[in-house]
Design a binder for this molecule. Structure first.
Ligand code: ARG
Length: 595
């Protein structure tokens, strides 16, 4: 596998540091931050000088002398206290650009030891339509899934459907009051339950919030719902049959919404799928001496110290994991722990990424520690990939103008409408057929929404500003689609004129800059992968589009007067498009053919 320039050059410098009697790691280079600093920089001489008790410039001079005649290096300058500024020869760039062009992965490497990875993301729930809060979990999780898969890991994405627990008891108990004659509530019923659901999604969405509110104040009702939850879990037939309707009705609607976002799951397992493992898991936890009685419930203590509590007393630094409630029910953490066991046993999972709102970090810390203690998956195999919120202009989590939570369905609708308006306003795709325009508006809208989210480090919250997201200028999804489409138009024109991409010969500074940008793909992927941070890839895609744009402004492609130059530049355009499309695909963004 061909190496990117950072790696190639680091290997050359490392060798030189070794020859000089210094650790090879000091030879690590990084792309230069400014063109005056060369193409790459190496700061190892400073650390080396400390080690040998020498002057850093002396070491830098020695290293420079050792590498100066290397076939890919044109010159090495020593700056400041001993920085090495390295300049590469044009032919080294010819070679690298040709490799990237020829490589179906656009110059990206593959992990040496692929792992079995599960990405747990989106986390939709029965009876609750998705709202903007689920958007980030979906967009970020989907991108991480694509990224890990592209790096070569064996990845499964799982929706981890919220279909168990107290919410189910709330729905069942409300329905038992509203429609007591349904056969599901008759314990003596022995026939076949109806195949048609007695409730629609709209019913569930109406029932759930009011039931949840009522349970907070009405103790009898709360106990009724708790009992219903416990009975459902031990397998009361009518409740199971009714529950199955809730699940089906919700899942159908949710899948449609994920479809609109272009998101598909490999597994659509629910919390309930972990339920059959729970009895044995509890026995196992008992045997291991991990389950402790605590105020009528059974918990696993996972803290390592006590810290001051608000009430003046002390509390564990990490809360215990509640495994069995005082009613004997499985809780959110119980299904999460059993799901870890399931993922280990059924899928041999070696790493699980939980793409869930930052606010659940304490929950996951408890679950992960419990898993580690029980010997299921180790703490370092479980990661909570938290993220900030999407805020309104007031800096608080986004709400509709009426102050309610915006449903995802309505958001998508709004994005599509605005994208269409934007196309009209900018005169984009004006002369294309109606159905193609609709498709383009959809791509533009999704690109706007996803790129706006993914370009921020996930931990940071950001402000929802659809006008800005949809702009064809600036660091936006639509700008990037436009950049790709522009290259596609050039390639189509070249094909019409029967001009083919040829050998790459780099000369102009903007051509050099473009090759360095292309070469940065691997570094960006590696960074995004290691930090679980798609924004690093988003930055790369944006930088690459910018590098192409200044290349194109300064280096005419089809207008070049020399056929060889034309073919070389065309090859650069092909390589750029391929990498841009790949990068966007990994962010979950589709590119239209034209617009
Ligand atoms: N359904 C949960 C919620 O809405 C998110 C699920 C996240 N995944 C998990 N394994 N707990 O909060």
């Amino acid at each position: 596998m061909a190496m990117n320039l950072t790696k190639k050059l680091s290997a050359i410098l490392s060798q030189a540091f070794e020859t000089a009697g210094l650790p090879a790691e000091l030879g690590q280079v990084v792309p230069a931050t400014k063109s005056e600093f060369g193409d790459f920089q190496c700061n190892g001489a400073m650390a080396g000088a400390k080690k040998l008790g020498k002057n850093p410039r002396e070491i830098a001079t020695e290293i420079a002398a050792l590498v100066a005649s290397n076939e890919i290096i044109s010159k090495v300058e020593i700056a400041g206290p001993g920085f090495l500024n390295i300049f590469l020869k044009d032919d080294a760039l010819d070679v690298r650009a040709s490799e990237i062009l020829a490589d179906e992965r656009g110059g990206a490497e593959i992990v040496e030891h692929p792992r079995k990875v599960i990405v747990d993301y989106a986390g939709p729930n029965v009876a609750k339509s998705m709202h903007v809060g689920h958007l980030r979990a979906t967009i970020i999780g989907d991108s991480l899934k694509r990224l890990f898969r592209f790096r070569g890991d064996d990845v499964l994405g799982d929706a981890h459907f919220g279909d168990w627990g107290f919410q189910m008891g709330l729905l069942i108990s409300t329905l038992s009051e509203e429609m007591p004659d349904l056969p599901y509530f008759d314990e003596n019923f022995s026939g076949e339950y109806p195949t048609q659901s007695p409730v629609t999604l709209a019913d569930l969405e109406r029932i759930y919030p009011s039931a949840a509110a009522r349970a907070k104040t009405d103790e009898d009702y709360r106990n009724l719902a708790r009992r219903a939850t416990a009975e459902l879990q031990v397998g009361r037939a009518g409740y199971r049959a009714l529950w199955q309707h809730f699940v089906n009705v919700s899942r159908e609607a949710l899948k449609r919404e994920f479809g609109a976002l272009g998101v598909e799951f490999d597994l659509w397992l629910g919390e309930s799928d972990a339920d059959p493992l729970i009895p044995d898991m509890i026995k196992d936890l008992e045997q291991k001496g991990l389950l402790v009685e605590d105020q009528g419930a059974r918990v696993i203590f996972v803290h390592d110290k006590m810290v001051p509590a608000r009430d003046g007393g002390e509390r564990p630094n990490v809360p215990p994991l509640l495994v069995v409630s005082s009613e004997g029910s499985a809780m959110y953490g119980t299904t999460d722990l059993a799901t870890i066991l399931d993922r280990k046993q059924k899928f041999n999972a070696e790493l699980v990424l939980y793409c869930v709102d930052q606010r659940q970090s304490e929950h996951f810390e408890s679950v992960f520690r419990a898993s580690d203690k029980a010997g299921y998956l180790r703490r370092d195999q479980l990661e909570h990939i938290g993220f900030g919120t999407m805020n309104g202009k007031d800096g608080k989590p986004f709400k509709t103008r009426e102050g309610g939570v915006l449903k995802l369905h309505d958001l998508i609708q709004m994005v599509r409408e605005k994208a269409t308006a934007k196309l009209n306003e900018a005169g984009v795709a004006a002369d294309l057929p109606e159905d193609e325009r609709t498709q383009i508006a959809d791509y533009v809208g999704m690109a706007a929404l996803k790129f706006a989210d993914l370009q921020n480090f996930r931990g940071t919250s950001y402000v929802f500003d659809l006008d800005k997201f949809l702009s064809f200028e600036g660091k936006t999804g639509p700008y990037l689609l436009y950049a790709c489409v522009r290259i596609k138009a050039i390639l189509r024109k070249a094909a019409e004129k029967d001009i083919k991409a040829g050998e790459i010969h780099i000369k102009e500074p903007q051509e050099r800059a473009l090759v360095f940008a292309l070469d940065g793909f691997e570094n960006a992927l590696l960074g995004a992968y290691e930090k679980r941070a798609p924004h690093i890839l988003a930055d790369h895609v944006y930088a690459l589009a910018g590098a192409f744009s200044s290349f194109y402004a300064n280096c005419p492609i089809l207008g070049a007067d020399d056929a060889l130059v034309m073919q070389s530049r065309l090859a650069l355009a092909v390589a750029t498009l391929k990498q841009l499309e790949k990068g966007l695909e990994l962010l979950g963004i589709n590119v239209p053919e034209r617009m």
